[in-house]
Design a protein around this ligand. Sequence first.
Ligand SMILES: [Zn+2]
Ligand SMILES: [Zn+2]
Length: 264
Amino acid sequence: MAEASLPEAGRLSFASLGSGSKGNATLVSDGETRLLIDCGFTMREAERRLAALGLHPGQLDAILVTHEHGDHIGGVGPLARRHDIPVYLTPGTWRADRLGRVPRHHWITPQARFVIKGLEIEPVTVPHDAREPVQFCLSGAGRRLGVLTDLGHPSAHVVEAFRGCDALILECNHDRRLLAEGPYPPRLKRRVGGDWGHLANVQAARLLQGLGLDRLQRIICSHLSEHNNRPELALEALVPLLDGDDSRLMVAAQDEGLGWQTIA
Ligand SMILES: [Zn+2]
Ligand SMILES: [Zn+2]
């Protein structure tokens, strides 16, 4: 994992503890506010990965949960209980009953903005096979970050909601050919590749095209499938949209995550 240099005050920054089907967690900070989005790692592993990014769990202001799949919620309950961190989630995600008791929880209403210290959070409904899944646009320090994984297709609603971001964490789950020819059983292939599953590289490219690229300083390819994708295939799908210039593209890996990125 990258160096532990902490995010600058007065700037919007983000980092990934790791991304993929074995666990996801994203940090967002304006230097004062520190939010964790999801935690699919065990508590010990999350503590280790946070430390590598220069943070102790006790410094987190909140954990936002996108949905109840294990790669997003697995470590949330233990981390929240041990370090007394409030958890924000939709009632549907709560009712999936994957969290256990937490010290404090707050409801998220999709499409209704809310504020935690210096950050404004806009939860956006996404097409995914969970009870009430959302993804997030976060604004702070005059900049806007989109966190967008776990969606089966780029719905018109999603494209509308994620316009105007300065940086985007974007699902590039699978390459369609690798998924079709890969080891998954047919049922799982249909789920992953279906409209309520995960975004293929080509769909991520189409989504980006719909959003417009002018403002985007950074695009982070995320939630790559270990079996059905490769970083170079995800990058290959997106580079043509950037006139062949890949300097704005990065990959959040399962093991290494991604070190702090500050939006200029
Ligand atoms: Zn996931
Ligand atoms: Zn999911």
